[in-house]
Design a protein around this ligand. Structure first.
Ligand code: ADP
Ligand code: MG
Ligand code: MG
Length: 487
């Protein structure tokens, strides 16, 4: 392995044989031994394969990385306060938004109204959040892509990929032929695999009970391919914090749990153990709900005394429409008094427009047709693969009635840093490609209707995608898990 000749090299030059014969077998063993793995589509359980991963960490400006981390607790606070829904600010907006998305937002909102009607027995809520950013090439500031309040993933695998890159570096696998290490600087490892379970543990500690111990229920999708990312959190929750967890799908809640009529406490049916925290890694998309029973099951959890991570209002606060509205400083000021704090957040905003009949909306509609190349159009959906990009926007808009446009937001495209090269390993094949990276920072926040009890930063994630693709979802097949070297 030799160093390339450019002044600012990204990784050592190496032959196909070196990659195939030396590095890939190392990566593969490490990945399988440590759970850096994901099933392919239509998997058989006998198959175990490495998650899409980069062979090398990606260079990222230290200042921009630190900027993202430095605003995490402010974002946690903002979204906790939005979720508290004082003065029904959130509720009123979501109720309206539900009319444009009756399939999902509307149904979640109706569920919340029902839950409120029958009485919310648990006022505490846990947010496990992830704020996602792209690097703006001009300012070198990170700009927010979106803020996720439900089912944030890759906290487990992110730590693993950082450890992989560290292992390859420390064990000399990245070393040059003369023995010098290629990376002399530290390769950071995200603490998300430990800090996200810590958030869950903190919630179990705040939960009031006379039971000797309680457990956490992970609500997951059937046939989840990204299962190892979740298992890592479960193992650490047990190993480091002594809290047991159980897994179940939304379809199983009525058979695997029981709610006490009086106390509203939630119990795990097979063992009778009390569930203190319900952690959702499912329920963020309409496809997760197959029947009325599933909706009933979600309602049962919402009205139970268990702490939800997240509860319905917190999940709904993550709507892209809410993100758009919060870019207005006078709105932001409802939640954050300190102008310096608001400035720190707004430095990470790009322009986001409504597509409604307001003055701003009318302007946005014009721009969407005049200069679509500058924008991405987003519906109220999560999980990747739902956005409309650039020149596809006008055709798409024309294909639906104008009344429905209000359900979308129009967002300026962030001009990311000119792409870096990396080698992406997918299954047992690798390819050298120009990539574009999206940084995520995690946080957790424990709050009730009046107060924020805990608010912490909880690690980071770098996901990269082939720079030719607009989307970046790893599980959706567009991207890969990456790490950073800071410069
Ligand atoms: P989802 O909730 O489905 O993940 P996102 O808002 O994160 O939706 O959009 C999906 C992907 O689209 C992002 O990961 C990113 O690659 C791309 N994207 C979204 N917004 C922008 C933007 N403003 N500029 C550039 N790319 C974007
Ligand atoms: Mg996203
Ligand atoms: Mg999202």
């Amino acid at each position: 392995m030799v160093a390339p000749s450019e002044d600012y090299p990204t990784f050592p030059l190496l032959s196909k044989n070196e990659i195939n014969g030396q590095l890939i077998p190392e990566v593969s063993h490490w990945a399988l031994s440590n759970g850096l793995v994901m099933y392919p589509p239509n998997f058989k359980t006998s198959q175990g394969l490495l998650a899409p991963t980069t062979l090398f960490p990606t260079p990222f400006p230290r200042k921009s990385f630190e900027q993202a981390i430095s605003v995490q607790t402010l974002y946690n606070e903002l979204y906790a306060k939005v979720s508290q829904d004082k003065d029904h600010w959130l509720g009123n907006l979501i109720e309206k938004l539900g009319q444009f998305d009756p399939e999902f937002t509307g149904k979640l909102w109706n569920l919340y109204v029902k839950a409120e009607g029958s009485g919310i027995s648990q006022k505490l809520a846990l947010g496990l959040f992830r704020s996602d950013y792209l690097l703006d090439a001009q300012s070198l500031e990170v700009k927010q892509v979106e803020f996720n309040t439900v089912s944030v993933s890759f906290g487990g695998l992110s730590t693993k990929v950082g450890k992989l890159h560290n292992f390859l570096n420390q064990s000399g696998k990245y070393s040059l032929d003369d023995g010098r290490p290629f990376y002399t600087q530290e390769i950071p490892v995200s603490e998300s695999a430990r800090l996200l379970p810590k958030g869950l543990w903190e919630a179990t500690r705040k939960y009031q009970t006379s039971a000797s111990h309680t457990i956490v229920a992970f609500i997951v999708q059937q046939g989840e391919r990204n299962v190892f990312d979740q298992r890592i959190l479960e193992y650490i929750l047990l190993e480091e914090y002594g809290v047991k967890s159980v897994r179940m799908t939304i379809h199983e809640i009525h058979t695997k749990t029981k709610v006490d009529d009086q106390s509203k406490r939630l119990y795990y049916e097979p063992t009778g153990e009390e569930i203190s925290v319900v952690y959702f890694r499912a329920g963020y998309s309409p496809q997760d709900f197959l029947s009325d029973q599933d909706w009933q099951n979600r309602l049962q959890l919402e009205t139970s005394y268990a702490i939800k991570a997240p509860n319905l209002l917190t999940q709904l606060a993550g709507a892209k429409k809410i993100q758009q509205i919060l870019t207005d400083d006078s709105v932001l000021a409802k939640f954050l008094d300190d102008a310096a704090d608001r400035k720190k957040l707004s430095d990470s905003f790009v322009k986001i427009y409504p597509m409604d009949c307001s003055e701003q909306g009318i302007e946005a509609k014009k721009m969407a047709f005049a200069t679509p190349q500058r924008f991405v159009l987003k519906p109220q959906r999560e999980g990747g693969g739902n956005n409309i990009y650039k020149d596809d926007i006008p055709t798409f808009l024309k294909s639906i009635p104008e009344e429905e446009w209000s359900g979308y937001i129009l967002m300026e495209l962030i001009n990311p840093e000119p792409t870096t090269q990396n080698i992406v390993i997918r299954g047992d094949v690798f390819s050298e490609e120009p990539i574009l990276s999206e940084l995520g920072t995690f946080g957790y926040v424990l709050f009730d209707d009046k107060e924020i009890h805990l608010n912490e930063y909880a690690g980071w994630l770098l996901r990269s995608k082939s720079s030719t693709s607009d989307e970046g979802g790893v599980a959706a097949g567009f991207g890969c898990v990456d790490g950073v070297v800071l410069y």
